[in-house]
Design a protein around this ligand. Structure first.
Ligand SMILES: O=C(O)CCC(=O)C(=O)O
Ligand SMILES: [Fe+2]
Length: 240
């Protein structure tokens, strides 16, 4: 496992703003435990969208601006493997609650993705994304660039990795994942964290001429929601 205590050493230097890629953030057993705990989540917790399925944990944001979290802890299976590591890295040290209180879980099958978007003002501008299952290619767009349909940078996320996005990169750019069954053009000069990727993955992709086939991939995107409201009364099933 990578010794993850110095965030700065994981900065993607090809990018102008603060974005960090930490390979092997999870051990192999932490990765498979998270996947099996996720598989045990009851089906009704998932929301099926047209191009991915989603769980907002502990619950979707509420209020007129959809920026308010009802006070409830994240489940232990999600926090136990990652929160102590976030703390070691100093992630969320300056955020209102000093740790994430919300996690969007996205599952993408081959051919699925997420349109270029920004995450919006409801969250403190730090997102920590843990990747599970297959690899993914996150594409970053300059805001005025979307109409030309072209991303500016590509970041590959391998299973077990952590991607941290803070500050300007969070606010001034859009990010998305293309809805394809196979990515193309995954060449050294096109992938800005190429050197941080595993030899196995790079070799396989180079041998297939810059192509890679998608597999099911799940992202756990941890965030801190500044606005938290107490539940008007505690329902028995929401008690910890
Ligand atoms: O799955 C990912 O890595 C990105 C997800 C995302 O951008 C989001 O949930 O806002
Ligand atoms: Fe996002």
């Amino acid at each position: 496992m990578t010794e993850v205590t110095n965030l700065e050493s994981f900065r993607i230097t090809a990018l102008p703003e603060s974005i960090y890629y930490i390979p092997k953030f999870l051990t192999v057993s932490e990765h498979s435990k998270l996947l099996s705990d996720l598989a045990a989540v009851p089906l009704p917790k998932w929301t099926q969208l047209s191009h991915r399925r989603l769980i907002a944990s502990p619950s979707p944001l509420t209020g007129v601006n959809k920026d308010t979290l009802l006070r409830q802890d994240l489940p232990n299976w999600l926090t136990t493997p990652v929160l102590p590591k976030f703390e070691k890295l100093g992630l969320f040290a300056d955020s209102p609650h000093k740790k994430p209180n919300h996690c969007l879980i996205n599952e993408y099958k081959p051919g699925q993705g997420i349109m270029p978007h920004e995450d919006g003002p409801g969250y403190y501008p730090c997102v920590a994304t843990v990747s599970l299952g297959g690899y993914s290619v996150l594409e970053i767009y300059e805001k005025g660039q979307l109409d030309r349909g072209k991303y500016k940078w590509r970041i590959v996320q391998e299973p077990g990795s952590l991607l941290v996005t803070v500050g300007g990169m969070y606010k001034d750019y859009l990010h998305g994942i293309q809805e394809v069954e196979e990515d193309e053009g995954l060449l050294e000069e096109m992938v800005c964290n190429w050197n941080a990727l595993s030899d196995e993955w790079r070799t396989r992709v180079v041998e297939s001429g810059g192509k890679a086939k998608r597999e099911t991939r799940t992202s756990l995107t941890f965030r801190d929601v500044p606005k938290v409201r107490d539940l008007p009364f505690k329902l028995p099933f929401l008690r910890k």
